[in-house]
Design a protein around this ligand. Sequence first.
Ligand SMILES: NC(=O)c1ccc[n+]([C@@H]2O[C@H](COP(=O)([O-])OP(=O)(O)OC[C@H]3O[C@@H](n4cnc5c(N)ncnc54)[C@H](O)[C@@H]3O)[C@@H](O)[C@H]2O)c1
Ligand SMILES: O=CCc1c[nH]cn1
Length: 481
Amino acid sequence: MTLHAQPKASLFINGAYVEGEGPELKVLYPYTGEVIATLREASPEQVALATKSAEAAQKAWGALRPVERGRVLARAAAIIRERGAELARLETLDTGKPIQETEVADWPSGADAIEYFAGLAATLTGESIPLGGDFVYTIREPLGVCAGIGAWNYPSQIACWKSAPALIMGNAMVFKPSEETPLGALKLAEILVEAGLPAGVFNVVQGRGAVGAALVTDPRVAKVSLTGSVPTGRKVYAAAAEGIRHVTMELGGKSPLIVFDDASLEDAVGAAILANFYSSGQICSNGTRVFVQEGIKEAFLARLAARCADVAMGDPLDPATQHGPIISAAQAAKIRAAIEAGIAEGARLVCGGPGDGAFIPPTVFAEATDAMTITREEIFGPVMTVLTFKDEDEVIARANGTNFGLAAGVFTRDLARGHRVIAQLEAGTCWINAYNLTPVEAPFGGVKQSGVGRENSRAAIEHYSQLKSVYVGLGPVESPY
Ligand SMILES: NC(=O)c1ccc[n+]([C@@H]2O[C@H](COP(=O)([O-])OP(=O)(O)OC[C@H]3O[C@@H](n4cnc5c(N)ncnc54)[C@H](O)[C@@H]3O)[C@@H](O)[C@H]2O)c1
Ligand SMILES: O=CCc1c[nH]cn1
């Protein structure tokens, strides 16, 4: 079957598709390597055109009643749900992720975000602060033009998670998806306009890092929200600092998942699978360092290996497929190099391994040390390292022994211990007896080098708005002379 996913044009500026004037960008279906679309990057002039359109459109959009903005977003969420099957298929072509995932996780989570912020619209008020006569009131204002830059693992979810809070606050956005997965953001732009979003409020430019860099330094951009790796985060944060721009940084991780010996073994193994192998392991919050208390290590590894042996790998469009290909040959090579490093450094390969072609099976290492490359560095693929520990204090210190701080999980039937341990872990997004669930109602983001700011929940509003404080004097002005 030949697969085509060619959009009408590569960019979406001022309410319409526009062809890019920059270098070519081929979109490959990760399963077959087939070219499913050929796009062009935005030229520097087109990046400027997008931010100018956003700046012009933002004024009227930001002046609407919040409930009117909410109505547009609510319509967009409904359209996404109506077209769920078509959008899931496109996401699978763009990312190679199994259709059984993209049907329930990617666009649906994006629609949740759009719906959530639509519902929040009318509640986004300031406050009144009494001063015993005089008083102060605050106004929560939009920032202006926001730049969104996405990674390739959840391209449509990322576009929705960034645009929904930005737009509901009355900002405009120029979004640059990852060059690996450029298709979903264009669909989002189309759907938003169909739902009634004024032209120019949400724009999409395509391109590699240089296009992202041009967007970040555009003088009209007031805020930059990046989802990407720590090295890119450093560059983007520094470039944004030049113009004292607001930032949200959603970066990488090497998160701990701690399993105490009183935990439900079956649940803990299931969570370790979700924490490492969903989306072929290409999830930022993955719990790739699984600390298992020493008494249950063998039972844990045996059950894990047995469950991994049953995984259905193959055609992502087959509803039975549970484990798809890696996004690109370059990413597969990086993951394979990490697996080879694990073997060379003396860790024991329990199951999986380098795999073939685009596929890398669920891979588990044991007998690893905290110093090994596989334990220290983000791999961003289906590679889990199982480590053992004796007691609580030891595991907390080792779990925190990293510059990352995106996520953490604890499995135990002793809930007092669960809360006590989580309180001491240096991570922004945590779970007790669960892992990798990211409902829109909960803040999502990292500490330490995993990021700055939060997506989702009311907390995201803080990062797409600024407070004006107004002092109102009601009495005579007392001046010294
Ligand atoms: N914390 C989160 O929410 C989250 C979510 C998903 C992925 N991630 C992280 O993303 C990484 C994988 O994604 P990736 O390989 O696409 O990341 P990446 O850092 O290579 O690229 C991310 C985006 O930044 C752009 N970019 C690159 N250089 C730039 C520059 N100098 N200026 C502006 N933009 C630039 C890219 O074109 C891409 O759109 C992993 O580290 C993963 O943990 C984090
Ligand atoms: O990849 C990072 C964000 C995420 C985690 N779970 C779903 N999306």
